[in-house]
Design a protein around this ligand. Structure first.
Ligand SMILES: [Zn+2]
Length: 343
């Protein structure tokens, strides 16, 4: 932060404390903290962990982590509005530690927990994340229903198309499907997943993550807590207001965050995970799924923030964007951690 903004902040603070309560009202830019008391919604409670760390055996399995600057190649599959792309790209560009424009608690503060994970050469997950390229598959090259195998064909097409870079040292692929695209297991078992491509299909082994827009298919499952199941709205606080005004896209942000954190710490599914079965690993995001703030757990999402018009968030990003993103398991605290913690 340069001296000028800090100076302005000090002036503002001075102003709010020295003038009338009316002035305080209008100048109060501090968001309100609140705990919406909404139960966390997860697919399985067995993967989730809240509280004492004794039962979590998160182990390192000797494989690499993404320790070089992480170049994300986005594949926009289906129909995407420019505004939706902007929100998602603003989130991705807020991760890097060199984006200092966001105030605390920021998205880059949140990624610092992910960067605590290292490989056997003591190289930590990189704090530098950039968008290396974008590929648009608006003609649904593999149809409107994808499987775990056809999605690799989508990547193969993208990789073949110049000038999309093949960068198997630093590059990862993020496939985002629009709300009219169905995916094997989407809504029933997954909101997103990460894996790596097979050389026989794609030509390279490339880590990738897929996240779908659940806005039309199952928002109460994959865009929770911006949509809640019917039985929960009755007499309760109901769904929270999404920070960027788009239930499907704001819901995707936390899933993208979850998958990127796991992909960075377990890109070839042989680095950081708990459980004995590598085909069903419990990873650093799974351990904290549905947890967004202090006091979460025991079925609640925890303390988050609300701006003047009621939009709910827990992290600040670039260009004054706000996001609601789940916490990540910290290998140091041996607990779920996030920069909006109140203690
Ligand atoms: Zn996961």
């Amino acid at each position: 932060m340069s001296i000028t903004p800090l100076f302005l902040v000090l002036i503002t603070l001075h102003f709010t404390t020295s003038f009338s309560s009316t002035a305080q009202q209008t100048l109060n830019i501090h968001p309100q903290h609140y705990n919406p008391k909404l139960p966390a919604r997860v697919f399985t409670t067995s993967n989730k962990f809240e509280g004492s760390s004794d039962l979590v055996h998160l182990r390192y399995h000797m494989g690499p982590v993404l320790s070089s600057p992480i170049n994300i190649n986005i594949i926009w599959y289906g129909k995407w509005a420019p505004q939706q792309k902007l929100v998602i790209k603003d989130f991705l560009l807020s991760i890097s530690a060199n984006h200092r424009e966001a105030v605390s608690p920021s998205v880059s503060d949140w990624w610092s927990t992910v960067s605590l994970y290292a490989d056997q050469t003591n190289s930590n997950v990189s704090r530098s994340v950039l968008i290396a390229g974008e590929y648009v598959d608006h003609l649904y090259s593999q149809g409107t229903h994808l499987t775990r195998l056809t999605i690799q064909q989508v990547i193969a097409n993208a990789v073949k198309s110049a000038p999309f870079p093949v960068n198997h040292k630093n590059g990862i692929y993020l496939i985002l499907t629009s709300s009219d695209v169905t995916m094997q297991d989407f809504c029933r078992a997954v909101c997103g997943f990460h894996y790596f491509t097979f050389p026989s299909l794609v030509g390279y082994t490339l880590p990738y993550a897929w996240v779908g827009n659940s806005g039309k298919q199952c928002p109460e499952v994959c865009a929770y807590p911006f949509a809640v199941p019917g039985y929960m709205g009755k007499g309760g606080p109901g769904a929270l207001t999404p920070p960027n005004g788009d239930v499907g896209v704001d819901g995707m942000i936390s899933v993208i965050a979850h998958e990127l954190a796991e992909l960075a710490s377990n890109p070839l599914v042989n680095a950081w995970y708990a459980g004995e079965d590598p085909t069903a690993p419990t990873e650093i995001g799974d351990l904290c799924e549905g947890l967004y703030g202090t006091g979460g757990g025991g079925g609640y999402i925890g303390q988050v923030m609300k701006d003047r018009v009621g939009r709910t968030f827990n992290l600040n990003g670039r260009r004054s964007r706000k996001f609601l993103v789940q916490w990540i398991w910290s290998p140091i605290m041996k607990a779920c951690a996030g920069p909006n913690a109140l203690d």
